[in-house]
Design a protein around this ligand. Structure first.
Ligand code: DHB
Ligand code: FE
Length: 319
C-alpha cells in the first residue's frame, strides 16, 4: 500500500524564487536563508519519495477572485508554472500523478470532504518555491510527481485549522487505501508570520511562530483550536497561510520524530519557518491508521463500503 512517510513544511516567499532565478543565492542576505535548507535537501535526496502531495495556496494566479475553491485537488498530468506578472518562473513543468490523485479525490469526497477536482491548473510560487527549497533547482524535471492541493487562504472565509487537520487525516486514509507501494511525502506551505500591506505591514512575531512550531511537533491538536482572529492578530493577515501546515500535520502520526527545524527572520516581509517531521518507521501492514475516528458506525460502514469499491476499481485497472 502507499504510505505517508513524512511531512515537510516551509514558507513560500516569492522573493526566494526570484533570488534563485536571478542567481543571488550566494549573496549574504539570501545565503542566510538558503543555508537553512542544505540539510533538508540532503534529507529529501536520501528519502526519495515516489510522490509528493503539496498543500499550498494559489495567489490569484490559477484562480481569480471570480472563483475560489476552498480545497482544490490537482488531478492533471502536469501543472505549468504560472505567469505571476514577470512571466512564468524558469522551473520545470510539475508532473502530476493522475491515478493517485483520482483515487484521493474519490476516497476523500466519499469520506465527506467536498474537494474541487481540478484537471487543468497552473501553479505559482506558493508551490514552486517550497519545491525549490527541498529539491533544489532541477534543469529539466522535478525528481518526483506532485499532487497539488490548493487551499483558499486568500479570501475570507478560509477553512478552520481544525477542518484542515481533519482533511489531513482523510488524505492519509486515502493514501493508505491505494494498493501500489508508494512512499509519499506531504508538504504544508506558507507562513510563518507576515503581513504584506496596511498599517501593520512588516509584522513578524517570532515568539508566536516558535510556539507554533513547538506545538506542530508535539501538540498539534492545540493548534487546531486557534481561531482565525488569533492568526490575524498574532501572525499578521497573511499568517493565516499557516492553517495549511495543519493539513500536513493531520496526515501524520500523533507522535512524530522532528528531524529538522529552521527559522530565520526575515526573507522579504516574512518569517521563514521550516520543519521536517517523520512518521515512526514500522513494517508496512502493521501501521495504525492516524487518529481515532469519532464517527458513528453508519459513517464508518459508509466509508468502508466506499473504500472497498475503490479497491475493486483500482485492482481492475491493474489487470
Ligand atoms: C511575501 C510572502 C508571501 O507569502 C507572499 O505570498 C507574497 C509576498 C513576502 O514576504 O514578500
Ligand atoms: Fe503567500
Amino acid at each position: 500500500m502507499a504510505r505517508i512517510i513524512a511531512g515537510v513544511a516551509s514558507s513560500h516567499v516569492p522573493a526566494i524564487g526570484a533570488a534563485i532565478d536571478n542567481k543571488q543565492t550566494e549573496e549574504p542576505y539570501w545565503k542566510r536563508v538558503f543555508s537553512g535548507f542544505e540539510k533538508s535537501k540532503e534529507w529529501m535526496a536520501k528519502t526519495k519519495p515516489d510522490v509528493a502531495i503539496v498543500v499550498y495556496n494559489d495567489h490569484a494566479s490559477a484562480f481569480s477572485v471570480e472563483m475560489i475553491p476552498t480545497f482544490a485537488l490537482g488531478c492533471a498530468a502536469e501543472f505549468p508554472p504560472a505567469d505571476e506578472g514577470w512571466g512564468p518562473r524558469p522551473v520545470p513543468v510539475v508532473k502530476g500523478h493522475p491515478a493517485l490523485a483520482a483515487h484521493i479525490a474519490q476516497s476523500v469526497i466519499l469520506d465527506e470532504f467536498d474537494l474541487t477536482i481540478v484537471n487543468k491548473m497552473e501553479v505559482d510560487h506558493g508551490l514552486t518555491v517550497p519545491m525549490n527549497l527541498l529539491f533544489g533547482q532541477p534543469k529539466d524535471a522535478w525528481p518526483c510527481p506532485v499532487i497539488p492541493l490548493a487551499v483558499n487562504v486568500v479570501m475570507y472565509p478560509p477553512p478552520t485549522g481544525h477542518r484542515c487537520y481533519m482533511l489531513g487525516k482523510a488524505l492519509r486514509r486515502a493514501v493508505e487505501s491505494y494498493p501500489e507501494d508508494l512512499k509519499v511525502v506531504i508538504f504544508g506551505t506558507g507562513g510563518l508570520s507576515h503581513q504584506i500591506s496596511g498599517p501593520r505591514a512588516g509584522l513578524i512575531n517570532s515568539k508566536w511562530d516558535k510556539s507554533f512550531l513547538d506545538n506542530l511537533s508535539k501538540d498539534p491538536k492545540k493548534l487546531t483550536r486557534i481561531p482565525h482572529l488569533e492568526y490575524m492578530r498574532e501572525a499578521g493577515a497573511e499568517g493565516i497561510e499557516m492553517v495549511m501546515w495543519l493539513i500536513m500535520r493531520g496526515a501524520l502520526d500523533d507522535k512524530v520524530d522532528e528531524v529538522y527545524r529552521f527559522y530565520t527572520v526575515p526573507a522579504s516581509n516574512t518569517a521563514v519557518g521550516h520543519i521536517i517531521l517523520e512518521n515512526a518507521r514500522k513494517a508496512s501492514g502493521t501501521r495504525k491508521v492516524a487518529g481515532k475516528s469519532k464517527r458513528g458506525s453508519a459513517g464508518k460502514s459508509r466509508q468502508a463500503a466506499a473504500r472497498k469499491s475503490i479497491h475493486r476499481i483500482a485492482s481492475k485497472g491493474k489487470r
